[in-house]
Design a protein around this ligand. Structure first.
Ligand code: 5GP
Ligand code: ZN
Length: 134
């Protein structure tokens, strides 16, 4: 498809940070990531939406398998990730070349540490206040 951004990325006409590719799919970093890890897994063949995948076409299971490989490579297979396909405008699809999103890495560890620091600072302030009263 001449005007399809993802076809152009697949053909190498538009740059993208490719993380995986094989004969059926290309996976690259989302240009506007929703999370620290946001990968798009895209069939080389131009298929507009999930609704257009022919019955028994192995592409969907292949995309799923590739997602598990990428998740393992990025170290989030066990901690967890989201894997989803937006379908048509009402489903949030903006690029009409089938793609699955692999999203992860809202860093729970960092959030936990930040929460612990806030609690510790609050606790020290409370203790200082109580000590000043006694
Ligand atoms: P959709 O909403 O269609 O499921 O997702 C399209 C995704 O493609 C969005 O998350 C958007 O950030 C991403 N995107 C749009 N244009 C480009 C581009 O030129 N390069 C890359 N790498 N991602 C893009
Ligand atoms: Zn395309």
């Amino acid at each position: 498809m001449a005007e399809c951004i993802f076809c152009k990325i697949i053909e190498g006409k538009i740059p993208a940070k490719i993380v995986y590719q094989d004969e059926l799919v290309v996976a690259f970093e989302d240009a506007n990531p929703a999370s620290p890890i946001h990968i798009l897994i895209v069939p080389r063949k131009h298929i507009p939406t999930l609704n257009d995948v022919p019955e028994n076409d192995p592409i969907l299971s292949h995309i799923g398998t590739v997602a598990t490989k990428i998740a393992a490579d990025l170290g989030v297979a066990q901690t967890g990730y989201r894997f989803f396909i937006n379908v048509n405008k009402g489903g949030g699809q903006v690029i009409f070349h089938l793609h699955a999103h692999l999203v992860s890495g809202k860093d729970m560890g960092t959030r936990f540490i930040k929460g612990a620091i806030v609690l510790a600072v609050g606790w020290r302030k409370l203790v200082a206040k109580l000590q000043s009263k006694s």
